[in-house]
Design a protein. Structure first.
Lengths: 230, 230
C-alpha cells in the first residue's frame, strides 16, 4: 500500500486500516463470486490505461459473441460521465455506469450494489470495465473469474515492465489498436511488447487485435468461449 | 478520498488519517517550493496516462530549450524500472529515477529526498515526470509552480470529461502525438479534444505537438519561457 492509499506501500496509513480495507473488499468479492457462479455468469475484470481501447474492444466483441450464441453485458467505471455505458448500449450490450467521483478504481462493494439489477443473471459474460488506470485496479478483487488487461500499441513497448503488478495478475493481455502499428516508430512491434510481457506474466498469454479492422477478434472470442467452459 | 486511498472519496479510511496524509504532504510540498524558489528553478509536475508521450516530449524539449539558453533536468517516477531517466540522460537531460514500488503517484516527500542531489540547483527547469496515471497524481502537491498534463490523441476525445480532477488542475494541456491524427477514426480531432478541455479547465490552455515531427514544439518552449518569467 502506498503512503496515501490502499494501492501501494504504506508509510502513513496505519497497517490495520489497510488490512481492514482489503479484508472487507475480499469478503464482498467472495460474495460477488458466489452470485456469479450461482447464476452461471463469467465475470471479467477488464483493465487498462485510459484510452487503451477497452470500450471499443467490447463494442466489437458483442456481435462476434452473438454469432456464437453468447450474450454479454457490461458495468463501466469512470470518475465522471456515463459515456462508456451509453456507447455500449448503442452496440446492443446491456450496460450500467458506475461513476466513482475521485476514486481511482472499482471495488467489490460498488459491483455488489450494481448486481442488484436483475438482467445480469441472463448473461453468459459480464465485463467489468474498470477505471482507466494501470496501477490501483489491480489490487482490488471484484469477484471476477478472469483478469484481462487491454494494452494499446500506442502506449509503447515497456509498460509491462513499468507496471508489473497489473500485468503479473493478468490471465490475458489483449494488445489493441494493431492497425496503428505501421504508423508508430520502428521500435514498436508486437514482438517487443510480447517480450516485455514474458518478463512479467507468470503465464504470458496475449492476443493482438484491432477492434476497427476486426483482426484478431476471432482469437479473442475463441479465448472467451474456451476459458468460460466449466 | 476514495474508500481505499488518499486519492478519492472515503468510506473506510478514517477522515483524520486522510487529513494527516494530505497535510503532511502539503507541508513538505511548501518546503520543496521554497527550495525551488531559492534556487531559481521552475518546477513542473508533468502528468498523463501511461504512454501519453511524457518522456518523448521531454526528449524533444531539451534541444529546443538549449537553443534558447535554458537548461532542463528531470525526475521520473515509475512503479518499476529506470527506463525513462535512462532515455532522458541519453538525450542530455540530467535525470533521476524514483521507483515507487506499488504506489500510484509521486508525493512531496519522494521529491524532497531527490532534491538532496545538488545538480538541480543549476537548472532553469525541473520536470517532475509523474507516474503514468490520470487520477491519483492530481491530488498530491509536489511543490511545483505549474501542472502540465500530456494527453495523446490516441486516447480519444473524452478523457477530460472522464478524469475532470486532473484536467481541472492543469495550467496547460499538451496534446501529443498529433502526427497520428490522420490514422485515427474521423471523430478524433483537435477541435473535439479542445471542446472537451474547455468544459473542464477553468482557463483552457492547450498546445498541440508532435515530438516526432517537431510540430508545435516551438509554441511549447515559448510557453515554458513566458510562464517561468518572474
Amino acid at each position: 500500500m502506498c503512503e496515501s492509499c490502499g494501492c501501494g506501500d504504506s508509510k502513513l496509513v496505519p497497517v490495520d486500516v489497510h488490512e481492514r480495507i482489503l479484508e472487507g473488499n475480499d469478503r464482498t468479492a467472495r460474495h460477488n463470486r458466489h452470485h456469479f457462479e450461482e447464476d452461471g455468469v463469467f465475470a471479467i475484470n477488464l483493465m487498462g490505461s485510459p484510452g487503451s481501447g477497452k470500450t471499443a474492444l467490447l463494442e466489437a466483441t458483442a456481435s462476434s459473441m452473438r454469432d456464437r450464441g453468447r450474450f454479454i453485458g457490461a458495468i463501466s467505471g469512470d470518475l465522471a460521465t456515463d459515456n462508456d455505458a451509453t456507447r455500449l448500449r448503442r452496440a446492443g450490450i446491456p450496460s450500467l455506469a458506475i461513476t466513482t467521483g475521485q476514486a481511482c478504481h472499482l471495488d467489490a462493494e460498488m459491483i455488489h450494489e450494481a448486481l442488484h439489477d436483475p438482467p445480469w443473471k441472463k448473461l453468459d459474460y459480464l465485463f467489468i470495465e474498470n477505471v482507466g488506470n494501470l496501477v490501483c485496479p489491480a489490487v482490488y478483487d471484484l469477484g471476477q473469474r478472469a483478469n484481462v488487461v487491454a494494452l494499446s500499441v500506442t502506449e509503447g513497448v515497456d509498460k509491462p515492465l513499468k507496471y508489473p503488478v497489473m500485468f503479473r495478475k493478468a490471465d490475458l493481455v489483449v494488445i489493441t489498436k494493431i492497425d496503428l502499428l505501421p504508423h508508430l516508430g520502428g521500435d514498436v512491434s508486437i514482438a517487443a511488447i510480447t517480450d516485455a510481457l514474458s518478463r512479467v506474466m507468470p503465464n504470458p498469454i496475449h492476443i493482438a487485435v484491432s477492434a476497427r479492422t476486426g483482426e484478431g477478434m476471432d482469437a479473442w472470442t475463441r479465448w472467451l468461449v474456451a476459458t468460460a467452459r466449466p
